[in-house]
Ligand binder design. Structure first.
Ligand code: ATP
Ligand code: MN
Length: 282
């Protein structure tokens, strides 16, 4: 392609993205939310999407699948024609207080940059790494495809552009409970991470199989809060299955089983996190 054609293609893709963005804009409750939504596909994000298209990772982007608190998920197409989930993190510092806390103390992210854009990029990169570690450990998660800037590409779980049903929306049985506990253990022992936001809303039940997702908050097993977060995950899972009439095991017993002899967690102990210097953590 000539330079002029390149430029034309650049502009065409940006315009197409902006058009879709306008068409798919979600309804927002208040002015603050609106600012966040407006800011999602800023020029910076458009450039990242464009670069993913140029490098052949992404062929096209269609509508919004869902807007969450910290990111928005779009449906995309891979060059192969398969569906992709395109998760775009918002660059808003005030929304990240909890995430900053989790990040501090994660040895994989020492010497991180600060500021809203750098953080959004970091969450994307972190979710990508967590997905990769989970997958390598044999835990079923959306396969990570690529990460660039604040944009994460991964396998789309679902069909016809519609995401798979969540565990919360599915019939569940004892087998699902056992499978989820096995996954929790696999994450701890083999991936050395804790999901840290595990609930019936962050697990798909797809074709009879559980698929864990939303790993943006997951922490390294050496994180000073890892055990507390693990306990919270187990308790949340227990509460859900108990509410569905399943006879759940005692949470402390589950924890002991998950930890096995891997206690204390692998790796050197870390210093307690310091809270200074991060925006919004005061
Ligand atoms: P929330 O604040 O609601 O937890 P979030 O911003 O943390 O959302 P996710 O939980 O990762 O984002 O994803 C939000 C929604 O996007 C999911 O409930 C699901 O409907 C859809 N989604 C996310 N990842 C995928 C995927 N890999 N395949 C299909 N749909 C997905
Ligand atoms: Mn979620």
């Amino acid at each position: 392609m000539s330079g002029a054609e390149d430029e034309y293609e650049d502009r065409r893709i940006s315009e197409e993205l902006l058009r879709r963005e306008r068409r798919d804009r979600i309804k927002v409750k208040d002015a603050d939310d609106y600012k966040v939504v407006e800011g999602v596909l800023d020029s910076r994000t458009l450039m990242v999407l464009y670069s993913l298209m140029k490098s052949g990772h992404l062929a096209s982007l269609s509508g919004v699948v869902k807007s969450g608190k910290e990111a928005r998920v779009y449906l995309g197409k891979a060059a192969s024609g398969g569906d992709l989930a395109v998760k775009i993190y918002y660059a808003v510092a005030s929304k990240f207080k909890r995430r900053i806390m989790y990040l501090e103390g994660d040895p994989r992210f020492e010497g991180i940059k600060r500021g809203p854009h750098a953080l959004a990029e970091l969450w994307a990169r972190r979710e990508f790494m967590n997905l990769k570690q989970a997958r390598d450990a044999g835990v079923r998660v959306p396969a990570p495809v690529a990460v660039r800037g604040n944009v994460l590409l991964m396998e789309f779980i679902g069909e016809g552009g519609r995401p798979a049903p969540l565990l919360a929306e599915s019939k569940v049985d004892r087998g699902d409970y056992d499978a989820l506990l096995r996954y929790i253990r696999g994450l701890w022992r083999d991936a050395a991470i804790v999901h840290a936001d595990l609930s019936e809303y962050n697990v798909f039940k797809w074709r009879g199989e559980l698929v864990l997702f939303d790993f943006g908050n997951s922490v390294d097993a050496r994180h000073p809060l890892a055990l507390d977060l693990l306990r919270r995950d187990v308790e949340t899972v227990n509460r859900f299955f108990a509410s569905r009439g399943i006879d759940v095991a005692d949470a402390e017993e589950v924890l002991r089983e998950v930890l096995g002899r891997c206690r204390p967690p692998p790796g050197p102990a870390l210093a307690a996190p310091s809270w200074s210097g991060y925006p919004g953590t005061g």
